[in-house]
Design a protein around this ligand. Structure first.
Ligand code: DAH
Length: 340
């Protein structure tokens, strides 16, 4: 028996010394120390030993098992440490290497101007609302007091999808949608993309507008001019101010075209303002009573002012861009100039 044990111990020590991975280690455990392993096999053989020698033999087998178990645990520790060291070495990061450069992006000039406009009016308590780009004729025209066959429809070359569905030509339908959803007091801005079949150096089939609408008691044209004066001061500088010229829009009465004093020459006359001292920036007016009525608001109790700003136009004026195409071509040489 002693011999058997000695030879098993020698065999096991050799196998353990050769174990160099979790897999070989687990094979070792299976072969020697598991329930059906060789050490358990020795225990079973005790039956063949003479009864008086059994206690001594059992003790030796137990000692052998205890030693193998301790050796196995030591080997496991050694192998785990080696595997960890190997993994650390493989995953090592050389922190002295120069980092990969990730160039910073920047906001598009249209987004910059849109955000500036929102900032100015948010300061006056306006909320921002966005309506759908695919609109129906009712919201885009009819309820804005532009009935079918009205000549004012010719002012906007419309992309029709069906007879009643179209790509909105203006953000003004946002006025209707706001007044349907909410009753006065209303102070809302509606930024968004609009579409017209029109294309040249200053027109693009898709462009951006910002609608403004205020409805409350005692709102007048003076409120519009006061608000727009603060607006142009913020965008074009402290000395900028506005001038209103009579105009026509079906959804406002009276309607105005709003000019800003030329921020290039201060009003003396230069090529930018075509020597008039003034630059046209937006349209607006007092909300037509019919539009309020179309939205279930009593025009004898409430009045409103509205305006529509072309964002491209403001961006082109502010940054001296002479071709609208530059705003949509995504030429990085152009866009990089707007990195703040
Ligand atoms: N929707 C007009 C356009 O696209 C701009 C406009 C003018 C909007 C007057 C208004 C307004 O709200 O009162 O030409």
């Amino acid at each position: 028996m002693q011999e058997l044990i000695d030879s098993l111990a020698a065999q096991a020590a050799e196998a353990l010394a050769a174990a160099d991975s979790r897999a070989t280690l687990s094979a070792f455990w299976q072969e020697y120390l598991s329930k059906n392993g060789k050490v358990a096999g020795l225990m079973k053989q005790l039956r063949t030993v003479a009864p008086e020698e059994r206690p001594a033999a059992g003790k030796i087998i137990n000692e052998c098992k205890a030693k193998l178990t301790a050796d196995y645990e030591a080997a496991a520790e050694r192998i785990n440490a080696a595997e960890l060291a190997a993994r650390n070495a493989a995953e090592a990061v050389d922190i002295t290497l120069p980092a990969k450069r990730r160039p910073m992006g920047a906001l598009h000039p249209i987004t910059l101007v849109k955000n500036q406009i929102i900032d100015v009016f948010a300061g006056m308590g306006f909320e921002v609302y966005e309506g759908p780009e695919i609109e129906d004729d009712d919201h885009n025209f009819t309820r804005l007091n532009v009935p079918k066959n009205h000549p004012a429809r010719d002012m906007q070359d419309t992309f029709y999808i069906t007879e009643d569905i179209l790509l909105r030509t203006q953000t003004s339908p946002g006025q209707i949608r706001t007044m349907d959803a909410k009753k006065p007091p209303i102070k809302v801005l509606v930024p968004g993309r609009v579409f017209r079949s029109d294309s040249d150096a200053t027109h693009s089939p898709m462009f951006h507008q910002m609608e403004g609408l205020v409805v409350d008691r005692h709102i007048t044209l003076c409120d519009l001019q006061g608000m727009l004066d603060s607006f142009v001061r913020e965008l074009f500088g402290e000395t900028a101010h506005t001038r209103l010229r009579p105009s026509y829009f079906p959804f406002t009465e009276p309607s105005v075209e709003v000019d800003v004093s030329c921020f290039e020459c201060g009003g003396k006359g230069c090529p930018l303002c075509k020597h008039t001292g003034w630059i046209e920036v937006l349209g607006g007016g007092v909300v037509n009573r019919k539009v309020l009525e179309n939205c279930g608001i009593d025009p004898d109790e409430y009045s409103g002012i509205a305006f529509g700003i072309g964002i491209e136009r403001i961006a082109m004026l502010k940054y001296g861009v002479n071709n609208i195409g530059l705003l949509f071509e995504n030429d990085l040489r152009f866009l990089k100039q707007f990195r703040e």
